[in-house]
Design a protein around this ligand. Structure first.
Ligand code: F6P
Length: 358
């Protein structure tokens, strides 16, 4: 028996751990695993793939990125952000089916976020047996308590904040650190809290500059002359607008620049020397943490088990320390956002962190 695997969308630390888990579990069953390159594009005839044998993938566990390559563009786009679902062109789906038929692939594992899993569902509706594995550093997929890649991204943020605190304190400055997080502020929240930020700005909690100024001035009055601000790239400016680097028709806008904008306003309103730093793709690169290697491996093995059980249309899901599964349809219905009144936000407020709202 042969199964296929592809990953699609932005890369994410831990993708190779999923491949490692899938190949390990499949080879025990005597199954062969075909890895498609560059997301769904690898399905287009004549097919861009390689056979993933256990000895060929030895040593991939600590590697960042994905040995299969990936793309967040191409002919299989089914959803842009949290926007409307688009139908992948029937002739593209037919061509993908033809490749899978020729290679005698009995099931396909799709490792992806919201958009890629929506494409996976459309392939499933067209008769291709699909099993999903959730992937996103943003941790914004409902129906799984955590996705691999998130912990690695948060570790990068914390490491950066540890370094930035020393220079910021030495100069008695304000530092604004922009982190990833398009629709959800999980990276900013966890990275900011664990890295000792004083102000955290999220897409889910509207902020205003008056509250930020007051927080910085209150700190000054207490003799705390430096302030660390963490802002998610997807936080909205007080006028409700996103700050973008590039507006891309038909795909997600490239976010970026909010940190610089906020730093300029803070410098102006407080008179404090203010610097900004954008962590960008550092958060997506590098070796996965042990937690992400574990999650990825467990997700990969579970995906093979779902195929064994014939649970097509299901996605691997992590809940209460247990790896189970949910219907892909349910998983892509809505994003998992930070709840403004949740325990973790309350915890942050309890230790004096401001969300720039009061
Ligand atoms: O969705 C994951 C993510 O890392 C976002 O946080 C970020 O906005 C986006 O991908 C960046 O995508 P790209 O690699 O295309 O610039």
């Amino acid at each position: 028996m042969r199964i296929g695997i592809l990953n699609s969308g932005g890369d994410c630390p831990g993708l190779n751990a999923v491949i490692y888990g899938v190949v390990g579990a499949a080879s025990k069953l005597g199954w062969e695993v075909v890895g498609f390159r560059d997301g769904f594009e690898g399905l287009l005839p004549p097919g861009d793939f390689s056979i993933l044998e256990p000895d060929k993938i030895a040593g991939i566990l600590p590697r960042g990125g994905t040995i299969l390559g990936t793309t967040n563009k191409g002919s299989f786009a089914a959803k842009v952000g949290v926007g409307d679902v688009m139908q992948v062109a029937p002739e593209i789906i037919d061509r993908a089916k033809a490749t899978l038929k020729l290679l005698e692939i009995r099931a396909l594992i799709v490792v992806g976020g919201d958009g890629s899993l929506t494409t996976g569902m459309q392939l499933m509706e067209a008769g291709i047996p699909i099993v999903g594995v959730p992937k996103t550093i943003d941790n914004d997929l409902a129906a799984t308590a955590m996705t691999f890649g998130f912990d690695s991204a948060v570790s990068t943020v914390v490491d950066a904040l540890d370094r930035l605190h020393t220079t910021t304190d030495s100069h008695k400055r304000v530092m604004v650190v922009e982190v990833m997080g398009r629709h959800a502020g999980w990276i900013a929240l966890y990275g900011g809290m664990a890295g000792g930020a004083n102000i955290i700005l999220l897409p889910e909690i509207p902020f205003n500059f008056e509250a930020i100024r007051k927080t910085i001035e209150a700190r000054e009055a207490k003799g705390l002359h430096s302030t660390m601000v963490v802002v998610a790239e997807g936080a909205k400016m007080p006028d409700g607008g996103l700050v973008t680097l590039e507006n891309c028709a038909g795909s997600e806008h490239r976010l970026g620049g909010i940190g610089e904008r906020i730093a300029a306003v803070i410098a102006e309103s407080t008179g404090k020397e203010t610097r900004h730093c954008t962590l960008g793709h550092l958060q997506r690169g590098g070796s996965p943490t042990s937690l992400d290697r574990m999650l990825g491996t467990r997700f990969g093995v579970k995906a093979v088990r779902l195929i064994q059980e014939g649970k097509f249309g299901h996605m691997v899901s992590y809940q209460s320390y247990h790896v189970g599964s949910v219907l892909i349809r349910e998983a892509v219905e809505k994003p998992r956002l930070v709840e403004p009144n949740s325990e973790v936000v309350e915890t942050a407020r309890a230790v004096g962190i401001s969300f720039g709202d009061k």
